[in-house]
Design a protein around this ligand. Structure first.
Ligand SMILES: NC(=O)c1ccc[n+]([C@@H]2O[C@H](COP(=O)([O-])OP(=O)(O)OC[C@H]3O[C@@H](n4cnc5c(N)ncnc54)[C@H](OP(=O)(O)O)[C@@H]3O)[C@@H](O)[C@H]2O)c1
Length: 301
């Protein structure tokens, strides 16, 4: 059987570090090929320099595409410039990618394209599956436009899966890399009232869901990538404190985080009781369905 080649954008990042080693053969796009080659984990078989005028050889044979690139939303203050980069590194870049894929002599069968639970805004206590409408705010608009660029491929017969990713928990990156040192020093604490629901997913399950989405022809459209048991921020705080064997007694007030982080702080206080409706219906089997199980894998005892 011939090798299955996957083109991965943003494969040098946190999620890509877990996904790429599980794929058969990969072509990774990156803004810095030399840095990507040196980076442990980004073990692509072939690298393509990413730029706004990326050209992919039309004879390239690609069976699937995973689109993960995007300027981090959690690093740095949300200035107007930063917000422009958040938008264009997802929307303009996905447009460039799709334009190139459409020029291939042989199109891939499937593209799994990242989106985020930020699309849902702040629905409070409501249980949110993939049918919930998008929010009318900055992140909601970014996600809708990002998904629409990816969906242009669906108009040309390519199966498009839009994975609406929750807060990804795992070793070596994402939210845990920021939170664990604080909790280990006894400085962790709930955010505000702590009542807000947090849609989390273990990075092994996110990588697992992406592979599952590539392999399952019946999966298309929006798919919530979050664990079946979202928790309130206060529950997550207590679970992390317990896992590291420390108390978490210092709540972080909203005004302080707004001063430190700018508009991004609002997303930390949004309540998103997201459930993986499509993954449950189509039979994805989670490795970590409870926060305790996820933390057990992540935190060294
Ligand atoms: N981690 C989470 O909790 C989370 C939650 C919701 C959604 N997501 C989404 O899932 C995807 C992967 O997340 P991740 O945590 O793996 O992200 P990450 O670690 O920040 O990696 C993203 C990759 O995108 C590329 N990139 C960054 N800025 C770019 C820009 N301005 N233009 C083009 N490429 C750029 C980088 O690759 P090069 O430097 O090699 O070019 C980087 O390695 C992202 O789209 C993110 O929005 C993640």
């Amino acid at each position: 059987m011939s090798e299955h080649t996957t083109l991965v954008t943003g494969g040098t990042g946190f999620v890509g570090g877990y996904l790429v080693p599980k794929l058969d053969r990969t072509i990774l796009t990156t803004r810095d090929v030399e840095r990507a080659k040196k980076k442990a984990g980004a073990d692509g078989d072939e690298f393509l320099e990413w730029s706004d005028d990326l050209k992919i050889d039309p004879t390239t044979k690609i069976e699937s595409v995973v689109n993960l690139m995007g300027e981090s939303i959690a690093e740095g203050r949300w200035t107007d410039e930063k917000k422009k980069r958040i938008r264009s590194s997802r929307i303009d870049s996905t447009r460039t990618l799709v334009d190139q894929i459409l020029k291939l002599e042989q199109r891939p069968k499937v593209m799994v394209s990242a989106s985020a639970v930020g699309i849902y805004g702040d629905p409070g206590e409501v249980i949110v599956d993939e049918t919930y409408p998008p929010a009318d705010n900055f992140l909601g608009d970014v996600c809708v436009d990002w998904e629409n660029e990816a969906l242009r491929l669906a108009e040309h017969g390519v199966r498009v899966v839009l994975i609406r990713i929750g807060i990804v928990l795992g070793r070596g990156g994402g939210a845990m890399e920021k939170m664990l040192p604080l909790f280990k020093m006894g400085l962790g604490g709930r955010l505000g009232s702590g009542k807000q629901w947090v849609p989390w997913i273990h990075v092994d399950d996110l990588a697992g869901m992406i592979l599952w989405a590539i392999e399952n022809d019946s999966v298309s459209g929006p798919v919530n990538a979050s664990a079946p048991n979202p928790v309130r921020n206060s529950e997550m705080t207590q679970a992390i404190a317990k896992a590291v064997g420390r108390f978490a007694i210092l709540p972080a007030p909203k005004f302080a985080l707004r001063i430190a982080l700018g508009e991004f702080a609002n997303s930390l206080f949004s309540s998103q009781r997201v459930v993986p409706g499509v993954a449950n219906e189509k039979g994805y089997s989670f490795q970590h369905s409870t926060i305790e199980s996820a933390l057990d894998e992540i935190v060294d005892k």
